[in-house]
Write a protein that binds this ligand. Structure first.
Ligand code: NDP
Length: 491
């Protein structure tokens, strides 16, 4: 290396090869100073607003409406009217046309959406551009295909729409979660009132423009922004027939309590603490990529993140060494830079939660590793972190951190791996890395998780159902299964 450096110096080649920044231009996005609520196809002034910011530098992006119970009531009224006035009786093939249009518009405007998603949420542009946007469009395409085939999807069960769906989504995949919820609801003939997360409302508000371009009938999709109080008002509204919620287990439980006995339909997609299990016969380099993708993708703000890594004892040392080396190559920085692998933490509150749990890991006795990296001074940032020497009882092995923090544990036998992996109140996802197909099937049968990935992680497809066991919730999104929560069936 010294020799190369010397030669490089002589012939004018720099010895230190760093990445030049490659910022995506934000000029493509027009952000209004102030947003109201989108109800009945029109914008309605919000009486009260709050500021939404860019987590990368705390820049104020816009004022956004804080929805009141009266705003929610108006939105539910608009959704009910649209349901009764034609949307529910529109032939499936006609509903499909709107969904296809929305999908195509999302594709056409994908760069604009991706920039806005990264700006408002903090995720790296390469993720919003290559994952969130293509998947959001794919969900609309996929459910457009089902809209006129519900009778075939559920033969002899006479499916029919439910009515008005209240949908509450989180901040980690703002547009994608919107797509997961809105596409199947509309395909099945329901109308929607959606509440985006408080910190990430902007792509949902831009989506209203897509709805207008697609000429979706007024009131079929209504968007009311605000914090948890707006969500609670939606949950409690008497004229909502179904609630679909994605978010924390705590709020999910609260919603379930409130809806008990009301007869409203409910699906909950809640937290997770996924086990990513690596056997000694796995291809280690590929496994390391899967581990990195499993926990550092979207700064670990992923409900199905592989946050507990179980390594077979015989490969523990080489695997951890490879992992730590790989972490040194991750670039943490500006979400709008195409070179960034890890972006900004979504909010000050989430950063605080991550710091608190990481401190608990150190206090309880785990060994922390963070690669050398310079974090920007402004904004919310946390370095990719690996904990070794972790016991099952530590909080970092039990609680959802929802940040770029991995806990490494070990096992000796497949039985032990299953027992440890299932020792969690959650059950959303799991990963298995091994060369043996029979072992993958053996593990998948025993892991109490809604999704089990084999020799990959965090892979999504609209045709594949996703959802949890235990405290990770109930109901499925995606695939044929994702239609069912938006339908009633004649007995
Ligand atoms: P929440 O569960 O509070 O938020 C999810 C959505 O529910 C948001 O739109 C939120 O609004 C809304 N909401 C909050 N309170 C209520 C209520 N009482 N009734 C109806 N809706 C409500 O998650 P947080 O954003 O507070 O995150 C906390 C933790 O939850 C994270 O640290 C993470 O561990 C976990 N989480 C898990 C997610 C998952 O996909 N499984 C997604 C997000 C978080 P508002 O945005 O205003 O709070």
């Amino acid at each position: 290396m010294a020799e190369l450096d010397r030669q490089g110096g002589e012939i004018g080649i720099p010895g230190d090869w760093t990445y030049a920044s490659a910022p995506e231009s934000r000029d493509i996005v027009q952000i209004a100073e102030r947003y109201g609520h989108f109800v009945g196809g029109e914008w309605h002034e919000a009486a009260e607003t709050y500021e939404t910011i860019a987590p990368r530098d705390e820049e104020v992006l816009a004022g956004v409406g804080q929805g009141t119970p009266a705003d929610v009531d108006r939105a539910v009224g608009a959704a009910r009217a649209a349901y009764a006035d034609g949307w529910s009786s529109l032939p499936g093939s006609e509903r499909a046309k709107y969904l296809f249009r929305i999908a195509r518009l999302l594709q056409e405007r994908s760069r604009e959406f991706a920039v806005l998603e990264s700006l408002n949420g903090g995720k790296p542009i390469k993720e919003s551009r290559d994952v969130d946007l293509p998947l959001a469009a794919a969900h609309f395409f996929y459910y457009a295909g089902w809209a006129d085939k519900l009778e075939y999807a559920f033969p002899n069960r006479r499916p029919r729409s439910i009515g008005v769906a209240g949908q509450i989504i989180p901040w980690n995949f703002p547009l994608l979660m919107l797509a997961w919820k809105v596409a199947p609801a509309l395909a099945c003939g329901n109308t929607v009132v959606l509440k985006p997360a408080e910190t990430t409302p902007l792509t949902a508000l831009l989506f209203c423009d897509v709805l207008r371009q697609a000429e979706l009938p007024a009131g079929v999709v209504n968007i009311v922004t605000g914090d948890g109080r707006t969500g609670a008002a939606l949950v409690e509204h008497d004229d909502v027939d179904k609630i679909a919620f994605t978010g924390s287990t705590e709020v999910g439980k609260e919603i379930q309590r409130r809806l008990a006995g009301t007869g409203k339909h409910l699906t909950l997609e809640l937290g997770g603490k996924a086990a990513n299990i690596v056997f000694d016969d796995a291809a280690l380099d590929q496994a390391v990529e899967g581990i990195v993708n499993g926990i550092y993708f979207n700064q670990g703000h992923v409900c199905c993140a592989g946050s507990r890594l179980f390594v077979q004892e015989s490969i523990y040392e080489p695997l951890v060494a490879k992992l730590e080396r790989r972490l040194e190559t991750l670039r943490v920085g500006d979400p709008l830079d195409k070179n960034s692998d890890v972006g900004a933490i979504n909010s000050a509150a989430q950063l605080e939660k991550i710091r608190e749990l990481v401190a608990s890991g150190e206090e309880e006795g785990a060994a922390i590793y963070q690669p050398p990296c310079v974090l920007p001074e402004k904004g919310y940032w946390f370095a990719p972190t690996v904990f070794t020497n972790v016991a099952q009882s530590y909080r970092i092995a039990q609680e959802e951190i929802f940040g770029p923090v991995l806990s490494v544990l070990t096992f000796r036998t497949p039985d032990e791996a299953v027992e440890k992996a299932n020792n969690t109140p959650y059950g959303l996802s799991a990963g298995v890395w091994t060369e043996k197909g029979s072992r993958i099937l053996w593990m998948a049968q025993r892991l109490r998780a809604g999704v089990v990935w084999a020799n990959t992680f965090n892979r999504f497809d609209p045709s594949s159902p996703f959802g949890g066991y235990k405290e990770s919730g109930f109901g499925r999104e995606g695939g044929l299964h994702g239609l069912e929560p938006y339908l009633e069936f004649e007995q």
